[in-house]
Ligand binder design. Structure first.
Ligand code: ZN
Length: 208
């Protein structure tokens, strides 16, 4: 039987903070109506030996698995300052973020983090070690952050209004776009350049 893995979140935006408490919609699964292979209707079913309900095609039997997506990002550093991008896209237009985005098929985590930095900040980096992992449970995403060395120049890419270097004292903490990025930056500075392994954090919507 054919299987597929799909994005459980309808909008492909990595910067997903947990929905506010009291929000009705659940991101446990993303609604589907029709099979993307044969265009017939799908139904929610728990199959023998499985633990979760799935969207299963009523026609061809295709199981449309929905699983979390991986976001990779990095903190590019040079001469004690780090690079941040001011977002030119929603969500959080005008807020600052480390370069990050969804992994693409066929690339490693480090390649993804470097590619996102090239896209958002026109900057080449040498990726270091992973230092933070954030489960954004209600968004169905895992955000992974790496240290990085900035190798050359930088400039705003299409998704950035500005790109700037900040010392720790200069970080615009109130204008950081997302919880996961703020957590990563806090841990980055706490580590003071040491490799202290991976700091693990979990973001969930508050129970209402
Ligand atoms: Zn089908």
């Amino acid at each position: 039987m054919p299987v597929s893995i799909q994005n459980p979140v309808s909008e492909r935006k990595w910067g997903f903070d947990p929905p506010p408490s009291g929000t009705k919609s659940s991101l446990r699964h993303h609604k589907m109506k029709y099979c993307s292979f044969c265009a017939q209707t799908v139904s929610r079913k728990t199959l023998d030996g499985d633990t979760h309900q799935r969207w299963v095609c009523d026609g061809c039997g295709h199981i449309h698995y929905q699983n979390p997506l991986i976001v990779v990002g990095c903190v590019p550093e040079k001469d004690g300052k780090i690079l941040l991008c001011k977002r030119a896209i929603e969500p959080r237009y005008g807020y600052w973020t480390v370069p990050a985005g969804f992994m693409e098929l066929g690339e490693s985590q480090a390649q993804g983090a470097a590619r996102e930095t090239l896209e958002e900040a026109c900057a080449e980096v040498q990726i270091g070690h992973m230092f933070a992992s954030v489960d954004v449970v209600d968004a169905g995403q895992v955000h992974l952050f790496f240290t990085a060395k900035l190798l050359g120049d930088f400039a705003p890419g299409d998704e950035s209004l500005e790109v700037e270097m900040f010392s720790e004292d200069e970080i615009p903490w109130d204008d950081i776009a997302f919880h996961s990025g703020r957590y990563a930056l806090k841990k980055y500075f706490e580590d003071e350049g040491e490799n202290n392994g991976v700091h693990i954090h979990e973001l969930r919507r508050a129970k209402s």
